[in-house]
Structures are given as C-alpha cells and as structure tokens.
Write a protein of this length. Structure first.
Length: 62
C-alpha cells in the first residue's frame, strides 16, 4: 500500500513539474486553472489519507 502511495506522489510531482515547466509558455489564465486543479487534486488526496489513517488508528485502540 505504501508503495502505491509513493508512486502516486511521484506521478503527481512529475505532472506538477511538467506543468510548471510549461507554465512559462502558457497564458496566465491557463496556468492558474492548472494550478488550481492540481491543488484540488492534492487536497483531496490529503483528506483521503488523513481519514484513512484516522480510521486505522481508531481500530487499533479498540
């Protein structure tokens, strides 16, 4: 499971790097939209991981 999470993070960072690299060649509105989309994607990932770890820790204490 941890390996999948790491691969997901590597893919997210790779995508972010590609978009940031091309940001110099894109119009500002397109760059902002891409940045917001990536931020939302990472926020959803963070919330899912936090819930997963919270649920896992509650199960251990019982």
């Amino acid at each position: 499971m941890e390996r999948q999470i790491m691969l997901f993070l590597v893919a997210a960072l790779l995508l972010l790097g590609v978009l940031v690299g091309t940001a110099a060649h894109l119009p500002v509105p397109v760059t902002i939209i891409a940045a917001v989309a990536i931020s939302c994607w990472l926020l959803v990932f963070f919330i899912r991981e936090r819930r997963h770890r919270t649920d896992k820790s509650e199960g251990v204490s019982r």
